[in-house]
Design a protein around this ligand. Structure first.
Ligand SMILES: C[S@@+](CC[C@H](N)C(=O)[O-])C[C@H]1O[C@@H](n2cnc3c(N)ncnc32)[C@H](O)[C@@H]1O
Length: 271
């Protein structure tokens, strides 16, 4: 009798699909961008540049929102861009598809058109490991924005952020595992991985790995100011009174809570 080896779920799963399902909430992100732009500017934003765009999921959400929205997604990695083109851009209608462009480029030396909004989300700029490189990136973004343009970033921290630990979260049909594998307190460099586990106990190990620096908010804000940004505001998440958890509403703040783990937005206005 021929023994048929049953395929494990992990062997068939698609890491980019799992990432989009577990890590990203592009609707909430673009809600925040649109609401904040509306509060700060008296004109509609049109061109959004998504730096470190990966699968360009967020850029697609931008072009879906309005017929006057255009997007440029920039990433170094041809493989992730191609996945985004096949799986996200192909879901757009022809008219929306015509308003998005993907560039395989380094965000440090891109010559993309001047944007109203530049996004660098999911902490991607943490990949710049020293001051000089992060400053160069912020200076490039400053040049890449129109006169009243705005840079939107996110950041994370809290007293659990530099710990070597693993956190699990149940998602639809799989478990997402965030692995803070190593942290060096001397240079603040850390290596983190994302693993996925499935109901048949199969695992996709190190589906994504990041070697980055755990930047602090004052360091980031000081570098943004040095790069020429006129106004830099931290938007801190409110607390749901019933659950004690974050309520998903981010407001300008000067004082944050000393939580074990927080995520915030930073909004840097060119003027
Ligand atoms: C953490 S993922 C971010 C994905 C996406 N922005 C999100 O919100 O989930 C980081 C991405 O940045 C890209 N990347 C890293 N360094 C880059 C650089 N210097 N220029 C352009 N892309 C870069 C990687 O290829 C990877 O796709």
């Amino acid at each position: 009798m021929v023994q048929v080896r049953k395929q494990k779920i992990a062997d068939q799963a698609d890491r980019h699909h799992l990432y989009q399902e577990s890590v990203q909430d592009t609707e909430a992100e673009i809600d925040f961008v649109e609401d904040t732009w509306r509060e700060l500017r008296n004109r509609p934003a049109e061109l959004l540049r998504e730096d470190f765009c990966g699968t360009a999921n967020t850029a697609c959400e931008w072009v879906r929102r309005d017929q006057y929205h255009y997007a440029i997604g920039i990433d170094l990695d041809a493989e992730v861009l191609e996945w985004g083109r096949l799986n996200n851009l192909e879901q757009l209608d022809d008219e929306q598809y015509a308003r998005i462009e993907l560039l395989q480029d380094n965000v440090l030396d891109t010559q993309a058109d001047l944007a109203d909004i530049i996004l660098a989300m999911n902490f991607s700029y943490f990949l710049f490991l020293d001051r000089a490189d992060l400053l160069e990136y912020f200076q490039g973004v400053h040049v890449g924005l129109v006169e009243d343009g705005i840079l939107f970033l996110d950041a994370y921290g809290g007293y659990d952020a530099p710990k070597e630990l693993q956190e699990e979260r149940e998602c639809d049909g799989f478990t997402y595992i965030w692995d803070q594998d190593s942290f060096n307190p001397i240079d603040s460099l850390m290596t983190c991985h994302i693993h996925f586990e499935f109901p048949d106990k199969s695992r996709m190990e190190k589906a994504f790995s990041y070697h980055w620096r755990l930047w602090t908010l004052p360091e980031i804000c000081e570098l943004l100011a040095e790069a020429g940004f006129d106004k830099i505001t931290v938007y801190w998440e409110g607390t749901d009174k019933k659950t004690g958890e974050g309520d998903g509403v981010y407001k300008p703040a000067r004082v944050g809570d000393a939580d074990p783990g927080w995520v915030c937005y930073i909004v840097a206005e060119k003027w």
